[in-house]
Design a protein around this ligand. Structure first.
Ligand code: FE2
Length: 165
């Protein structure tokens, strides 16, 4: 088997993984926005929900560049990360630490996505998928921005609020 074919298969497989993950995130984000107490955190989740819709659409374009149907493949990692977030929502409901927990869960999601998109972008470049490189890079940049915005929110208000009570 040619080395290039292996990488292409790996690329396709990982694309299915992140496609599944983005769709799960799209379902989780409105719930997190609803649960968040801080207006800033709520707004951050809502903004990222809109971006996530675009991430799904970009992935569909990448699938079409490799002539594959846009199909997800169960990603146990994202299911686990989102489940943990839901546990926090339940266990810390009505407490001042809820937002800090939600924010931490969202950052775990972002870090997972950043890892995946970084890898996919590198592979796309190696495979000569020029359009995919651009699409994956655009999403990667938004995931990083979201992560930074969450860090700022944690430092500026959410963590202090969790400690103050
Ligand atoms: Fe995303």
């Amino acid at each position: 088997m040619a080395a290039e074919k292996t990488l292409r298969e790996l690329f396709h497989d990982t694309l299915k993984d992140i496609y599944f993950a983005e769709k799960k995130i799209l379902v989780a984000l409105p719930k997190m926005a609803k649960a968040a107490q801080s207006q800033g955190l709520k707004a951050a989740f809502e903004k990222h929900e809109a971006e996530t819709e675009e991430h799904v659409a970009r992935l569909e374009k990448v699938f079409s560049e490799i002539d594959a149907p846009a199909r997800g493949k169960t990603c146990d990692a994202i299911i686990g990360i989102i489940d943990e977030g839901q546990e926090v929502m339940k266990e810390f409901k009505g407490t001042p630490a809820l937002d800090a927990g939600l924010l931490a869960a969202a950052q775990a999601v972002e870090h997972y996505e950043i890892a995946r998109y970084g890898t996919l972008k590198t592979w796309a470049r190696e495979l000569g998928l020029d359009q995919a490189v651009k699409l994956l890079d655009a999403t990667l940049a938004e995931e990083k921005k979201t992560d930074e915005a969450l860090t700022k929110l944690a430092q500026s208000e959410v963590n202090q609020h969790a400690e103050a009570a």
